[in-house]
Structure formats: structure tokens, C-alpha cells
Design a binder for this molecule. Structure first.
Ligand code: CP
Length: 300
């Protein structure tokens, strides 16, 4: 793998190989193998938007593989003095960085990868369109807790239009397979999904009925403009996933949320403690899958 920019660039076999490798990097105690296999590799991260899980898991993954990690703080770069992103990346590429992990509010990665073929790029969340490493993390978690991860009845609930996770997760499901996919959320937050290509519901219970995997998505308050400001009380009453609404789901349902969670908005707080809730496993698998992605890119 040269770059990881778009999940659709991977086929099912490549995704399976990444999952197998990620599983090998995990120990039975939900910890990670430490092996200094890539001491000559250097990874940089350049995040134009905040992140906890993605950035730190890449940092831990890099160190677990014995490579160097350089966190390039956006606010301390000459981008702040008006330098272009192209000139910034050119400077970075001249300093011996092998892989650059970028999170950006716009879709910039495809163009950068064409302009700078000597550096490998990983998409750590781009625009409102893609977050391929999160999709792989979620698929690894599905595969860990389901005997049939490629044939699940899946519901995605929340702010689909502004989520950086939704589109990549749906693209991954189209590659690996699914039984049924239902989408739900305030109609004004799901405009891109109310067409014949998708099964959209404005009623939460209908979207959850018999569902085997429920993916809740964060309300991306920072991306909503004034016209789209959401009344949290309305959201909670119509779309908050509660113990009560989960009675409609399959009895063995899995509950995911890519994080960060607005507890008390998308999810009732008590849900964190039920055995079906796999949010902590998603975080743990984030390190393993990113070790697999880095390892694959280092060795290609
Ligand atoms: N899931 C996710 O991308 O979380 P962060 O924003 O904390 O990286």
C-alpha cells in the first residue's frame, strides 16, 4: 500500500490482510506487541483539526513498531504566517519523513499525493467525507464480536451529513458486505442520505428494530452553521439511543460510537456500562489497525 486516502481503494482481500495483521499485533490482554521492526522509519502527523483517538493511536502504533514519530503542531508551523500547504509539505518531505498522517477540514490529500510522490500519506479524517482508518477500526471490532461480520443488519444513527466517519464506514460495508443498512437522524442532518440509494428513517425505533449493529454518530456542533443549530432537547427526545430504545434491537446487538461521544445527547450515559457497548474496544483496536496500516506502508 503506497498511501491510505480512500477506503474504496482497498478490496476485501486487502482489508482481510490488514485485519489479520492487526490481530497479530494485539495481545490476549488487549495490549499490543512492541517490536522495533522499523527503526529507520519516520512518521509525521499534521492535524488541522483536533483529535484524541486518531492522533494518539497513530503515535502509539508508530512507537510500538520502533519508528520515530514527529508531531507537527499546525499552530506552530509557518502555515500560520500564510505559507501554503504545498510549500509546507515540500519542506516536510525534504526532512526525511517517510509517512505523513493528515487530518484536514477540506479534501486535500489526493492532490498532495500526486504532487509529492516521495512521501506516503495517510488520511486521518478529511472534510466531512472520509476517515478510512476509523472504518477499518470499526470493521476489526465487528469482526472481533460477530461470527458473521459481513452479513449484519446495521443501523447508523446521528449527524450523517457532517460526520467524517459515516461515508467511509458505508463505503467499507459495500466492500465487505452487509445484510441490511438503515440510517436515521434528524432529517436536516441527513439530507445527503434521503434518496433511493439508502434506507433512511426519521423514526429511531423503526431504524433499530432487529438491528445487530448500531453505530451512533456524534453531533458535529463545530460544523453546523447558524441555520442548522440543533435543539438538543429535540434531538434527545427523538434520536438519543437509550436502554429503552435498544429493546427494539436484536438481543445480541453491538453498540458502536467512533467518539468523541456527547454523552447525554447521542447516547444515554448508562449505556456505557452494558456489555453490548463496544466503544472502548473500538479505541483499543484503533492502535492495532494503525500498526497494521503503518507496517503495510513501511514494507511496500
Ligand atoms: N474517532 C475519531 O476520529 O476520534 P478523534 O477525533 O478523537 O480522533
Amino acid at each position: 500500500m503506497q498511501n491510505l486516502i480512500d477506503i474504496s481503494a482497498l478490496d476485501k482481500q486487502e482489508i482481510s490482510k490488514l485485519l489479520k495483521l492487526a490481530t497479530q499485533f494485539k495481545t490476549d490482554q488487549n495490549n499490543f506487541i512492541h517490536d522495533d521492526i522499523y527503526p529507520d522509519k519516520t512518521v509525521g502527523s499534521l492535524f488541522f483539526e483536533p483529535s484524541t483517538r486518531t492522533k494518539l493511536s497513530f503515535q502509539v502504533a508508530t512507537k510500538n513498531l520502533g519508528a520515530r514519530f514527529i508531531d507537527i503542531h499546525y499552530s506552530e508551523t509557518s502555515l500560520q504566517k500564510g505559507e501554503s500547504i504545498e510549500d509546507t509539505i515540500e519542506a516536510i518531505s525534504l526532512m526525511g519523513i517517510d509517512v505523513l498522517i493528515i487530518r484536514h477540514q477540506d479534501e486535500v490529500l489526493k492532490d498532495l499525493a500526486i504532487q509529492f510522490p516521495n512521501i506516503k500519506f495517510i488520511n486521518a479524517g478529511e472534510g466531512t467525507s472520509s476517515h478510512p482508518t476509523q472504518a477499518l477500526t470499526d470493521y476489526m471490532t465487528m469482526s472481533e464480536f460477530s461470527t458473521n461480520p459481513d452479513n449484519l443488519d446495521i443501523s447508523i444513527v446521528g449527524d450523517l451529513d457532517h460526520s467524517i466517519v459515516a461515508a467511509s464506514f458505508i463505503a467499507l460495508l459495500k466492500i465487505v458486505g452487509f445484510k441490511r443498512l438503515r440510517l436515521a437522524g434528524l432529517p436536516e442532518l441527513c439530507k445527503n442520505y434521503q434518496n433511493n440509494n439508502f434506507e433512511y428513517f426519521d423514526n429511531l425505533n423503526e431504524a433499530l428494530r432487529d438491528s445487530e449493529l448500531i453505530m451512533a454518530l456524534r453531533i458535529q456542533n463545530e460544523r453546523l452553521n447558524k441555520e442548522l443549530s440543533i435543539k438538543h432537547t429535540e434531538y434527545i427526545s427523538r434520536y438519543q439511543i437509550t436502554l429503552d430504545s435498544l429493546r427494539f434491537a436484536n438481543k445480541d446487538f453491538l453498540l458502536f460510537h467512533p467518539g468523541p461521544v456527547n454523552w447525554g445527547i447521542e447516547l444515554e450515559k448508562t449505556i456505557a456500562n452494558i456489555k453490548n457497548c463496544k466503544i472502548t474496544n473500538q479505541v483499543i483496536n484503533g492502535v492495532a489497525i494503525r500498526m497494521a496500516i503503518l507496517s503495510n506502508i513501511f514494507s511496500s
